[in-house]
Design a protein around this ligand. Structure first.
Ligand code: C2E
Ligand code: CA
Ligand code: CA
Length: 392
């Protein structure tokens, strides 16, 4: 932990918090930011890369903590976050939920005035959090990994909620590095940041097309869904290259879905409509991934040539127990239908999740309840077992 920012408009409280974090993190540079807007502009310049931990107050007159969190999510702030506030527990846990839903790495909250024991505890928990156990990787590691063929892909089934039939698979990148399996969250952002995402994406595309072409040729209605980084939309040659690669593998573009993440797409301002439109015209299906976690407006959505909405799994898993998630899912289904889009529920982890998303009209489901990601070879065997189990 090198750079820690305490963002609090009250200079006295900020100083107290600073001294406690400085005591707990003697190697870190802890500084106070009493002007949230100014601090935000500084952060946004390099997408928050220069700060490792933000300790954020919630109640600030110029930019409240929740707005700050939304802004951090929009720049995909990669560091850690702690709330430090005089608000009650319910408010703090709501704020934590919001930060978590937006994909931020939230360690927890401390009540103001801060107690040093509470700070210590929080930092200790953070160290043993799952994200922490991922090894840090560098651009060099990734580059070497690509050269050595350490990257491979797995496939997660997507099934129809009406008749449980298999409709396709999502391709998910994997990396076996120094004997350890590293999840995409541990390398995609680094690859994007270091300009390596293009070669990584190419290797994922080539590999997945090669591994699935005979399966796709035998099952014409199946689709494979490939994740594209928003950075790929800078590459004007992408539509032609993808088309060529599909041709080489004898795969029709309408067997291929390209998934783009909502929050990053909208954060970019004007997404590259040019490339999106050309991909669409060539027959690729475009899907808006992690829908609901970003902030797309109806206007933005209706302008983009997307045919599929993938509902973020934070709204789907456990939906039966949460009235607010139910409202979000219902609303998203309605929106998708009105825009003539398919809607996929991701993160279906139980029969309850399945029943709810089926009842409200989602089209497809994906999640651990159906299957975890698997190697290409396993798909057909799994499909047979699934068919038997679901009685179709
Ligand atoms: P995503 O596109 O939202 O992919 C779905 C993630 O949810 C996968 O995690 C999958 O294993 C996980 N998942 C599926 N069902 C469930 C469930 O029921 N419960 C839970 N808890 N999780 C479930 P994974 O493989 O770790 O991928 C994480 C993210 O990394 C992906 O999220 C995607 O944004 C990114 N990613 C993966 N492969 C690629 C790639 O080739 N290129 C790019 N640009 N991004 C990729
Ligand atoms: Ca995806
Ligand atoms: Ca997703």
């Amino acid at each position: 932990m090198d750079e820690v920012w305490v963002i609090d408009d009250d200079p006295f409280a900020a100083k107290l918090t600073k001294s406690q974090f400085a005591q707990c993190l003697p190697q870190a540079r802890v500084s106070v930011q009493t002007n949230p807007i100014e601090s935000w502009h500084t952060l946004a310049k390099n997408r928050g890369r220069s700060v490792d931990l933000i300790v954020l107050d919630l109640r600030m007159p110029d930019m409240d903590g929740i707005t700050y969190v939304r802004n951090l999510a929009n720049i995909s702030y990669p560091g850690k976050l702690i709330f430090c506030s005089g608000q009650n527990d319910r408010m703090l846990s709501a704020a934590q939920q919001i930060a978590e839903d937006q994909g931020l790495n939230i360690l927890g909250s401390v009540q103001k005035p801060t107690r040093i024991e509470a700070v210590k505890q929080l930092l200790q928990n953070g160290r043993i959090s799952p994200q922490r156990s991922q090894p840090e990787v560098s651009a060099n590691d990734i580059e070497r990994g690509i050269q050595l063929g350490e990257f491979f892909v797995e496939y997660q089934p997507k099934v129809c909620l009406h008749d449980a039939s298999l409709r396709g698979v999502e391709v998910l990148a994997r990396w076996k590095h120094q004997g350890r399996l590293i999840a995409p969250d541990g390398f995609i952002a680094v690859a994007e940041h270091q300009g390596l995402i293009e070669s990584l994406t190419n290797s994922v595309i080539e590999r997945s097309l090669a591994e699935t072409s005979s399966w796709l040729n035998r099952h014409q209605r199946m689709q494979i869904a490939i994740n594209l980084s928003v950075d790929a939309l800078k590459d004007l040659a992408l539509p032609d290259r993808l088309e060529r690669l599909c041709k080489q593998s004898h795969i029709a573009p309408d067997n291929v879905i390209l998934e783009l993440t909502e929050s990053r797409l909208i954060a970019r301002g004007t997404p590259s409509l040019d490339i999106l439109s050309r991909l669409h015209l060539k027959g690729f299906t475009l899907a808006l991934d992690d829908y609901g976690a970003g902030h797309s407006t109806l206007t933005q959505l209706s302008q983009l040539p997307f045919c599929e909405l993938k509902l973020d799994r934070s709204f789907v898993t456990g939906v039966a127990d949460s009235a607010s998630r139910q409202a979000i899912v219902r609303n998203s289904v309605q929106l998708a239908k009105e825009l003539d889009m398919h809607i996929v529920a991701e993160g279906v982890e139980s029969q309850h999740d399945w029943d709810f998303v089926a009842e409200v009209g989602c089209d497809l489901a994906q999640g651990f309840f159906i299957a975890k990601p698997m190697p290409a070879k396993a798909i057909e065997v799994w499909a047979e077992l699934w068919q038997e189990k679901s009685g179709r």
